[in-house]
Design a protein around this ligand. Structure first.
Ligand SMILES: [Zn+2]
Length: 274
């Protein structure tokens, strides 16, 4: 799944590799997928994109956005986007293919579910997208301790740490994937309630939201996800499905896996007491 570190990594790679190229051909929905989501004007994707010059790519929240002329392609959630050089063998299955004037191609395929939206003239009024655009990135200076306190102040006291950080778009791009390491390093149990967080806990949580996301981004995303070239990210994820059977990387205790709020949480009962 695309979360902030991966979205930033892929956008940076796209920006470097294909800015200035012109889109020559677009194929939509080549391989049917029930949970690949498109704009209403999906039939118009070729008309909206072909012949346009790519002017850059950026990311915010968990979105990757590619700009071409007056159009923008926005990718989200479980979209795998890969850049293939001219002549390089490409997989047969894809939900969106964007061919470029140098023979290279961007190919998008959806895992589980994902969005591939194209809009022209900034007409994209998706609610979550607009929220993600407006809120400060956790990596920006605007996301400071005072701002984090406003998020805490607006949350119900009974809200859990997982719900606080990873739901309702309070912090766009912070999802269940990056959440696990943030909570481990902050020493906060996923079910710890906001009302039970003292100032020291709030300080640690804030510091780890910033530090862990920055670390993941600097290292090109998590090793559980792939970049624009299909390579895993350099950040070695501490708690995830792959490490579930391994002991806690901090204290050596057994890691616990639980289904909680639409996704598994992994935590160390010693480092993250409830
Ligand atoms: Zn531990």
């Amino acid at each position: 799944m695309l979360e902030l570190p991966e979205a930033l990594t892929i956008a940076r790679q796209m920006d470097t590799a294909i800015t200035g190229r012109t889109i020559t051909r677009v194929v939509v929905g080549h391989s049917p997928h029930k949970f690949a989501f498109f704009s209403d004007e999906v039939d118009q994707y070729p008309a909206m994109l072909e012949g346009k010059a790519i002017t850059g790519a950026d990311a915010f929240g968990g979105y990757v956005r590619l700009h071409a002329g007056n159009a923008a392609l926005r990718l989200h959630d479980g979209v795998n986007v890969r850049l293939y050089a001219a002549g390089e063998k490409r997989p047969d299955k894809h939900q969106l293919l964007v061919e470029l004037d140098d023979g290279a191609a961007l190919q998008c395929s959806v895992q589980m579910y994902g969005g591939l939206w194209v809009h022209v003239d900034d007409s994209d009024d998706n609610f979550y997208y607009r929220v993600a655009l407006e809120k400060p990135s956790p990596l920006s200076d605007a996301f400071d301790r005072a701002y984090f306190e406003t998020i805490l102040a607006e949350a119900k006291l009974a809200l859990s740490a997982k719900a606080l950080l990873a739901t309702e778009q309070r912090i766009p791009g912070l999802g269940n994937g990056v959440l696990q390491d943030i909570l481990l390093l902050a020493g906060v149990h996923p079910k710890r309630k906001v009302g039970q967080m003292d100032d020291a806990t709030r300080d640690k949580l804030f510091a780890q939201v910033k530090a862990t996301l920055a670390d993941m981004t600097t290292q090109g995303g998590r090793n559980t996800e792939k970049d624009l070239y299909g390579n895993p990210g350099g950040y070695q994820t501490l708690l995830c499905a792959k490490t579930a059977k391994a002991p806690c990387p901090i204290c050596g205790a057994a890691v616990v896996k639980q289904a909680y709020m639409g996704g598994s949480v992994y935590f160390c009962p010693t480092c993250q007491p409830l």
